[in-house]
Design a protein around this ligand. Structure first.
Ligand SMILES: NC(=O)c1ccc[n+]([C@@H]2O[C@H](COP(=O)([O-])OP(=O)(O)OC[C@H]3O[C@@H](n4cnc5c(N)ncnc54)[C@H](OP(=O)(O)O)[C@@H]3O)[C@@H](O)[C@H]2O)c1
Length: 310
């Protein structure tokens, strides 16, 4: 358990020596372009320095613009922020990886990426259609490429110098292990849904043993109600220590040794979600004892994103 009271400053070293990831990250899965821009600016102003993007979110351009404007206003250097984006399922063929990476860099307006993730282990039919379907609305998967083929192309990006680290997302331990074993450049980060209802303990143990950062999404249960933000244990702890349920959930995530992504859409919530501090040990243990189990996003089973409109 991490005990530093200022969890906002927690940084996690990456296993390839390329730098450190700020544990508390801002996620950009925001469907509205205007809100993407204001929320990204607000997050930067509140103190967030880690930004999680994806070509599939279709807003890299807006995130890039907001980061440029916000950095200029706050005199924040490129090295002070950590930017991730993700390769979508329809770009798994090795020859499509570098063009997809370059297109993301171009939309974000960046010279390099701190981290590039394979968004899911599921390859869809290659092409520019992000959601390829047959007449019966079934997803068209691509059996002509393996995850290891795609991983090898990701490794080449690191060799070419414009991508500092690579990793996986929406993947279970059984699929992480063989990639980790065969990789020349080991995954630095694994991004998955994780919160007190889905603690992913085995995966976290594996990651800690190998020095891989587990990056948790949906730490607030994706804001669903009823859900984690109204859980009686979380609410009681929040009232007892004078914090909000969101602050309790984010602090728990960082204290247990994961990095975490959250998506506040207003300036007030950005400040609230950035302003986290360590939970007392008894509160931390109480959250670990929560027995409810719930997965909110089935993307890990199908590659079809749960929180993104088609
Ligand atoms: N790899 C993947 O497949 C994957 C999948 C999902 C997400 N992600 C990443 O993870 C990021 C975070 O995921 P998430 O959106 O599920 O995060 P989350 O922070 O668990 O949930 C966001 C929701 O919580 C609400 N919220 C935020 N701050 C709050 C607060 N202080 N009090 C009450 N409600 C609050 C927001 O409500 P309002 O809308 O009202 O502000 C929003 O609906 C995404 O942006 C994305 O970058 C990755």
């Amino acid at each position: 358990m991490i005990e530093s009271s200022d969890l906002r400053l927690t940084r996690m070293p990456l296993n390839n020596g390329s730098g450190q990831m700020p544990a508390l990250g801002f996620g950009t899965l925001i469907p509205d372009a205007g809100v993407t821009k204001t929320a990204t600016r607000d997050a930067l102003e509140a103190g967030f320095r880690h930004f999680d993007c994806a070509e599939r979110y279709r807003n890299e351009r807006e995130v890039g613009e907001a980061l440029r404007a916000g950095r200029a206003a706050g005199r924040i250097g490129r090295e002070e922020i950590f930017v991730t984006t993700k390769l979508w399922n329809s770009n798994h063929r090795p020859e499509r990886v570098e063009p997809a990476f370059e297109a993301s860099l171009d939309r974000l307006g960046l010279e390099y990426l701190d981290l590039y993730l394979i968004h899911t282990p599921f390859a869809f039919q290659p092409g520019d259609e992000q959601d390829p379907r047959d007449q019966n609305d079934n997803v068209l998967y691509d059996n002509g490429v393996t995850l290891l083929d795609t991983w090898r192309a990701m490794e080449s990006l690191v060799d070419h110098g414009r991508c500092r680290a690579i990793g996986l997302s929406d993947i279970g331990l059984n699929d992480v292990v063989p990639i980790y074993a065969s990789a020349r450049i080991k995954p630095a980060v694994v991004q998955v849904e994780a919160h007190p209802y889905l603690p992913e303990t085995e995966l976290l143990e594996f990651c800690k043993e190998k020095g891989v950062v587990l990056l948790a999404f949906a730490p607030l249960g994706h804001g669903m109600k009823p859900g984690l933000l109204e859980d009686p244990v979380i609410s009681a702890i929040a009232a007892r220590i004078g914090r909000t349920p969101a602050q309790v959930l984010l602090a728990w995530a960082v204290q247990r040794g994961t990095a975490v992504l959250t998506t506040p859409r207003t300036a007030a919530r950005a400040k609230e979600n950035f302003n986290i501090s360590a939970l007392p040990e008894d509160a931390f243990s109480e959250i670990n004892r929560i027995q409810t189990r719930q997965r909110l996003n089935e993307v890990v089973k199908t590659g079809i994103p749960g929180f993104i409109a088609r």
